[in-house]
Design a protein around this ligand. Sequence first.
Ligand code: AMP
Length: 286
Amino acid sequence: MKIISDIFKMQRTADDLRASGKKIALVPTMGYLHEGHLSLVDEAKKNADVVVLSIYVNPSQFAPHEDLSTYPRDFARDSKLAEARGVDIIFAPEDKVMYPEKELVFVETEEVSHILEGEFRPTHFKGVASVVAKLFNIVKPHVAVFGQKDAQQAFIIRRMVSDLNFDVSMIVAPIVREEDGLALSSRNVYLSEENRKEATVLYRSLNLAQQIVRDGERQFTRVRSEMLRHITAESQGKIDYISFVNPDTFTRVEEAGALKRVLALLAARFGRTRLIDNMFLEVSHK
Ligand code: AMP
């Protein structure tokens, strides 16, 4: 496994791989790898000859009050895990390499990027889209693999690819969870023992939503109320949002109508740790 931190070197490596007919997959991450990230590597390996895993905690997607400085990092551990899983190249640039001067040009994101996560993190998706565009230009992948864990991010990147005609195919891989249902996240290490136990309520509330919808509920305001009741009864979690969208458009859904699937998304804070999760709800049309 190669470790590359220089942009020019990564670009020339990508050119050589492309010239020799190799298909490149990119798995962008912020590191502190867990099984969720590694499942993306597995997906990448199925769809390409060479897997590039990028590890970069991108400052431009964090707001000043967020956890940029304390975000967990362990490059030695990450590189061992990546190598054992069959990653071919880690691309791990430093900030001064990625942003040698204050940026002038960004990828601007609109509409969908201002709801849900965007309401609580107004500049987040602009930062994400801009850094992913940079990574696409640096790694030159044929395929890029993202996780459904960050459903809104995956939707926005998919739209960036189509709106800006990036020659990259997108794969979105399912959420990997702990045995008790908590979605894996690098941020889970921040959770106190008590918060860690309570945080499983998010997955249980999504399952509850699925049950209610399967039983024939069509009004999502009622589904939301039930989820809210469940979360507040079973935890100290502070909910930022519980929302339902059409997965094809990411527009809010209040009533199931003819939709076969609705995406339920939520964000909640346990202590100082903010967690997100989501689930596709199959709508019953009996
Ligand atoms: P991050 O390092 O948190 O920025 O995540 C990098 C990529 O891994 C993103 O595409 C995430 O959606 C994906 N990812 C993070 N957690 C999980 C998970 N539990 N299951 C599947 N993919 C995940």
